[in-house]
Design a protein around this ligand. Sequence first.
Ligand SMILES: C[S@@+](CC[C@H](N)C(=O)[O-])C[C@H]1O[C@@H](n2cnc3c(N)ncnc32)[C@H](O)[C@@H]1O
Length: 226
Amino acid sequence: MERENRIDSVHWLIINGEKRIATVNLFPGVQVYNEKLIVKEDIEYRLWDPFRSKLAASIIKGLKTLPFQEGSKVLYLGASTGTTASHISDILGENGVIFCVEISPRVARDLLDKCVKYRKNMIPIIEDARKYGNYYSLFGNIDVVYCDIAQPDQTDIAISNCKHFLKKGGDLLLVIKSRSINVIKKPSQVFKEEEKKLRRAGFKVKQIIPLDPFDKDHILIHTMFV
Ligand SMILES: C[S@@+](CC[C@H](N)C(=O)[O-])C[C@H]1O[C@@H](n2cnc3c(N)ncnc32)[C@H](O)[C@@H]1O
């Protein structure tokens, strides 16, 4: 087993000669999206698929730091069925919490069945992320907001959620899919405009990561709320 110290909570395993990333399974024996479970030295790891998770893709593409760790509080917008959110849940451990906002009740049913049922640190919020005043189960200050909702107004939604819940000096990880915002403009132009919105709203850009070849015309922007 190889382990890069770059991000402590993310483990690099060699599987069939290939370097793969993984998190330690918070609920051993249970898969979330049919991911491979690997046991080494009595620890069970869940392989983290960069073709299924944009956060995994950004780690492989060189994300320098993960802004959350054991015990952090994360607000996740667009949790879907919990693919990425469950790996964040692994990292946060039993003392952390991840509030999972998902607009679609149908999608959220899988989130409940595959994640929330087993993982006590995942709190579902079935709501439109534009209506953050209705997050009745959210408590305390948030350390990190993660946003992946593929909507034309996603940057504005992320900004308003941060202004409401994110602590000063907290981080926002925002996934931008250019085609969700504008299909005609060049992706590079769309990315520039969204970055400008973030800077104007008081975010300091730490890193911008293109997610190809895992996700074409997507970037992840890592910012800090100052
Ligand atoms: C690209 S998928 C997210 C994939 C997920 N982040 C992952 O990596 O596992 C986008 C999700 O955002 C949800 N969504 C879209 N608009 C939303 C909104 N306004 N509020 C909350 N969730 C929304 C969709 O229903 C969908 O499940």
